[in-house]
Design a protein around this ligand. Structure first.
Ligand SMILES: C[S@@+](CC[C@H](N)C(=O)[O-])C[C@H]1O[C@@H](n2cnc3c(N)ncnc32)[C@H](O)[C@@H]1O
Length: 212
């Protein structure tokens, strides 16, 4: 479908679509990477691998846009619980924004801008809910009553989460400093290494006073 749309838009020769795990990308360099709605599937064990892989794929000066759901409460629980894991969002493990930021910083990325979209996502969910409700009979026909009920519950709970400060969705814009830019200021700030101490000048041997 993506290829068909690119064809229709007349940009088929400018884009390439690959279905791949982010860890399969290696040995390539990009000017910019946009990771949309994926970071919430990475989890605590791999978030540093994820960030360093993205950084390694950027050219010096390259930009990263990392967009995804972050949790704001229940920070020490590692997953979203059995209901979501089993019925809705397998492998959904949103992390706090601070943990994502730490991983980006550890990978050498420098954050320029962070924007939160919790209110916008709550509004999006309101639209999804009203469309879902307006065709609830179709949903039951297509997916069965149990699955339709699960999604009704989930959509309402998700909206409530964004409205009540349980979760948010953040867009982080960061860049990878070019090697020169990264090292020069640090070099400039470093104190000059002390010149090795010269041995104290010995007093010139006095000329022997003429005895007299
Ligand atoms: C919540 S969906 C978001 C999809 C889309 N980007 C959007 O915003 O509508 C999460 C996406 O992350 C992808 N994903 C999860 N783990 C991934 C991985 N290790 N490498 C690449 N993609 C992954 C899934 O295939 C899925 O398409």
């Amino acid at each position: 479908m993506a290829r068909e749309r690119a064809n229709q838009a007349g940009v088929a020769d400018l884009v390439e679509f690959r279905v791949a795990d982010y860890r399969e990308l290696a040995g390539e360099q990009f000017d910019a990477i946009a990771s949309i709605g994926m970071v919430e599937h990475v989890g605590e064990e791999r978030i540093d691998v994820y960030a360093s892989r993205l950084a390694s794929l950027l050219r010096g000066g390259g930009r990263l846009l990392n967009h995804g759901i972050a949790k704001l409460k229940d920070l020490d629980t590692p997953d979203e619980g059995p209901f979501s894991e089993r019925f809705v969002f397998p492998d959904g493990v949103p992390l706090p924004l601070s943990r994502i930021e730490l991983a980006l910083e550890r990978a050498g990325l420098v954050t320029r801008h962070v924007e939160g979209f919790a209110d916008d996502y709550a509004e999006t969910l309101t639209h999804w809910i009203s469309r879902f409700e307006s065709r609830y009979d179709d949903a039951i026909r297509l997916a069965g009553p149990e699955r339709a009920r699960v999604w009704r519950l989930y959509l309402h709970a998700a909206r409530q989460g964004f409205e009540t400060g349980w979760a948010s969705i953040y867009q982080v814009l960061a860049h990878l400093p070019s090697r020169d830019a990264a090292t020069k200021p640090a070099e400039a700030l470093r104190l000059p290494t002390r010149a090795p101490r010269r041995p104290a000048a010995r007093p010139a041997p006095r000329a022997a006073a003429p005895a007299g």
